[in-house]
Ligand binder design. Sequence first.
Ligand code: ZN
Length: 503
Amino acid sequence: MPANASKRARTNPGREGKPRKKEPDWILGAVPQDALSPVGFRPEPKGAEARNIPDLERLAFLVANPALYEVAAEVFPRKTPGNAGRPAHYPPYIYLIFVAAISIFSSARSVEANFRLDSVWKIVVEGVRHCLGDKEADLLPETGPERHHWMDFQPKMIRALPRLREISRDTWIRQAIAQGLLSEERPRGSWLRPDRSQVINGDGTVVRPPSDQTEEFSVDKKTGEIRRHRVDPDAGIQTEGDGNSIYGKKLVAFSTRVAGKPHSRWFLNVDSARHRSPEEDPDREEEASVALRLAHEIIDRAPGVIAASFDTAWRGVHRTGLVRRGIIVFTRQHDGIKPHPLERFRYQDCTHDIYATSGRACERQITVNGKTMYSPLPVRELEVRAGNTWRFYHRVEIPCRHGAHTERIPVYETQEDQRIDPRTKRKKFNRTEHLRQVPPNTDYGDRLLGFRQDSESGNCTLDYSHRDNRVPAYGAQAALLVYLGFAWMINSISLATAAGPSA
Ligand SMILES: [Zn+2]
């Protein structure tokens, strides 16, 4: 009986003096070195530190992205191309550049002020020249759009938002594949250790509205004066992953990146999620379903994806469909999942009780102190069977004084699991809730978890792109529009710096 508690053994920290959560009446045995935590495992080498890219260089990178113009032309077709003379209005792509530039200059007002500077507007015109040619560039007005131009065009963009989102998504994924990410032809890495660029990471983020006002009217207590405030109709109190509450709107985004290379992030898909009660906000899905839909949309277009990760909002029910498509799904295991009996293996001279605990098969044992202990079984191999629906198995070893036994444990939802139990009227076994292809608290699980933390810093970039961590947009649609622009800006930096080893 191994009495040594592993460094990963289940502990329940709880602060001194505070009432602790109820201690579980079982302990987890040592996590073995095996295929999931191999001898000599090394995490990803740290990449070079990202250099700070000045605002005007960001703008130059943005306007040099040819796909931006193609998407604008597809979403906002122009009626009479090739007409002689200077057009009265700015072409639609200028407004897409304008939206993305909000994430460079912090606010629409600041973009407008910058675009009216000759030196800055010239950068935009040169980008147009580079992508669309002299004729188009020479037709542009002498200076950038004013606020009223932007205010006039913004409602058009909001109306076209679903199309703009879809066409942007398709374009980003295509560009990422062209850059060698999500490669299908030369998929990199292995099932257990996929290359960073074959893994997609999803994140829910709360963007704060321009003001925290929740009441449209307030009364000045001294003067009795009634003041009217602009209230964001779609904002609500959100709880973030760290448990902090903030007031804002929820967005979900998926991205990938090149290992160890700064400024190599590609946003692949983004949409807004419901952030209030279903009654108040019936049109939007909740976060976990939005994230699931976004992941499937990416895999439809990028079959080279090997792994997808998200936070604990993804449960077994979300993971099952992705696993079936041949995707390694990584999330941390949800708190409070109790050990679940898997199988009692009977051999000639012995019996072993195997449970699913902490996302993997464990043998149930009793310690010398009479405590129940679940000892993770060494996984010798992750077996993968391709097909219409993919199957994944852990080939495990059950240590035994009569000599180790070998068994194969499915870690995908089997047909047998799907049968409805007549007593409970539910699926017989929610396997993907209890068993994980790459369980957390293994070296390979920790590695994938590290990718998630790395992608969360993408959200910080959005926050700090805007004054006071606020996204300058009222309403969920306007916030999504600004986020699409942000993603265009980040992707254009990745595209422009792709050639250099360390931009
Ligand atoms: Zn045995």
